[in-house]
Design a protein. Structure first.
Length: 325
């Protein structure tokens, strides 16, 4: 049986640097028993192994592609009698967080028997490993501690939370033993605009300060401009501002990824678009009518724009954007 931990959503947002706003609802935390936590490249279709300490994310960004991962996990756990079914399959993503308390032990066991074939392990591909739940449960920190004594590995991490600085000393130790790269995700340096797109997430200033702190601690870190949202965050001035901010924070790289609209993100992002940017709805319906990916012409133009901006701000010319150009 799973344990139910019904707690109010963490309100100490200023500790995360996220503008101190109060949330209107509660979050239910549910312990999810796991025997395996290391996702294979074959199962995800990505060129690396991945680990996610939580299923679901309190930030609940409307464009997030991971909502279906939460849905499928709950469906499987419900069929096994471990969890009750979804009350709201889409809303549950940010309101019912599944906590993999057993993940550190499962990862340690897997690394004793798995051959990684030289591929990296990335933490936080379908959830934010430093979402507010991490303050309560510490699963991410214990995963990092499990990785520390392993033979040298290639490790990655993706987060938009300044809570990552809590683990600066541990991350610096990991970086001395392993090839570690931390990606700070940020869609815009405009705090008001970002709040319209990501109502619960930390603001741009705290994220950039976290990036600077990582670099000062000797951790290899850079910025993911993710996603670039057509017609909203993709102007030359906006992208120039974010690349300049990355350089000022000491980022080693800056990559841009255009918005993808799969079935899960379409169900939540298109209503957000209709509410906040209604004039763009028809354009999105045309552009994403046949594919979850941004149109190729748009992706090529974004790549060219990012090459220009990286050169302008002194980043290495060999960096690549999402479509490898």
């Amino acid at each position: 049986m799973s344990s139910q931990l019904s707690l109010p959503i963490l309100e100490n947002w200023t500790a995360l640097g996220a503008r101190g706003q109060r949330a209107e609802s509660t979050v239910e935390f549910v312990a999810l028993p796991v025997r395996s936590v290391l996702n294979t490249p074959a199962s995800t279709g990505m060129g690396f192994w991945s680990v996610n300490p939580y299923v679901g994310c309190e930030f609940g960004c409307g464009y997030c592609y991971a909502r279906d991962t939460h849905r499928w996990t709950v469906e499987r756990a419900s069929a096994a009698g471990v969890l009750p079914p979804h009350a709201d399959p889409d809303g549950d993503f940010e309101h019912r967080i599944l906590v993999k308390l057993d993940a550190p032990g499962a990862l340690a066991r897997a690394l004793r028997t798995r051959r990684l074939d030289g591929r990296p392990i990335v933490i936080g591909t379908a959830t934010d490993p430093y979402q507010p739940a991490e303050l309560r449960f510490g699963v991410t920190r214990r995963l990092l501690e499990a990785l520390l004594p392993c033979p040298p590995l290639e490790l990655g991490m993706i987060t938009k939370s300044p809570l990552v600085v809590r683990d600066l000393e541990l991350l610096a130790r990991l970086a001395r033993r392993h090839a570690l790269k931390v990606n700070i995700s940020l869609a815009s340096t405009d705090a008001r605009l970002l709040h319209r797109l990501e109502r619960r997430s930390p603001g741009p200033g705290p994220r950039l300060r976290a990036l600077a702190a990582l670099r000062e601690a000797g951790v290899s870190a850079g910025l993911m401009v993710a996603p670039v949202i057509p017609g909203i965050t993709d102007s030359l001035a906006q992208l120039d501002a974010i690349v300049a901010a990355a350089r000022a924070a000491g980022a080693e790289w800056v990559h841009a990824f255009p918005l993808r609209l799969g079935p899960a993100s379409r169900r939540t992002f298109l209503p957000l678009l209709a509410r906040e940017f209604p004039g763009l709805v028809a354009r999105y319906e045309r552009a994403y009518a046949r594919s979850r990916n941004a149109p190729r012409r748009y992706a090529r133009a974004l790549s060219a724009r990012m090459r220009l901006l990286r050169a302008r701000h002194g980043f290495e010319s060999g960096q690549r954007t999402a479509n490898g150009e």
